[in-house]
Design a binder for this molecule. Structure first.
Ligand SMILES: [Zn+2]
Length: 50
């Protein structure tokens, strides 16, 4: 069961809350919080598919 733990694509912390996901050209990325999503969007805006 513990294999379901995901890590934040930005900071590497365990993702405990579902919902902070971003579809990118590299696949679906998971993030731990809205802050990490915001930073990822700023840094990788060209990879985000929406
Ligand atoms: Zn994070």
């Amino acid at each position: 069961m513990s294999e379901n733990i995901r890590k934040c694509a930005l900071c590497g912390l365990a993702v405990e809350i579902e919902g902070f996901n971003v579809q990118t050209t590299e696949g679906l990325k998971h993030f731990c919080c809205a802050g990490c999503v915001s930073v990822y969007r700023l840094l990788n805006g060209d990879k985000i598919k929406e």
